[in-house]
Design a protein around this ligand. Structure first.
Ligand SMILES: Cc1cc2nc3c(=O)[nH]c(=O)nc-3n(C[C@H](O)[C@H](O)[C@H](O)COP(=O)(O)OP(=O)(O)OC[C@H]3O[C@@H](n4cnc5c(N)ncnc54)[C@H](O)[C@@H]3O)c2cc1C
Length: 84
């Protein structure tokens, strides 16, 4: 019988834990909200150019703040800075 583990919350942390543990444990996930995802929530924004999905958990990206990502794949990433 596999060990059982409980994961509380389905934000990126809970879902990542669940994904990593799934082969070795019987994982039960608890979520208080009516939808999974936690702060990570993709909403649709209508602009004159069209409809765009925007993830509210990750809305800021800049190279000084995310150096590790920039170093991982500099040729495949691009960024646009926008003052908010
Ligand atoms: C306004 C804002 C903007 C952000 N912008 C960025 C950004 O641009 N770039 C970036 O890298 N990061 C950003 N972050 C941070 C990033 O979104 C969070 O660090 C990340 O989403 C946290 O994930 P988490 O899984 O730890 O928690 P959460 O996503 O908060 O998930 C926690 C989950 O646990 C559930 N829960 C809590 N208590 C219980 C309970 N007792 N029982 C069951 N379920 C429970 C909640 O309902 C929720 O679904 C931002 C955060 C905020 C608040």
């Amino acid at each position: 019988m596999r060990p059982r583990v409980a994961v509380v919350g389905t934000g990126v942390a809970g879902l990542t834990c669940t994904h990593v543990l799934r082969h070795d444990f019987d994982v039960t996930v608890f979520e208080a909200a009516p939808r999974p995802g936690g702060h990570t929530n993709t909403v649709s924004i209508a602009l004159p150019e069209g409809e765009f999905p925007v993830d509210t958990g990750f809305i800021v990206y800049n190279e000084p703040g995310y150096r590790a990502w920039s170093a991982c794949s500099p040729s495949s990433m691009s960024s646009r800075s926008r003052a908010t």
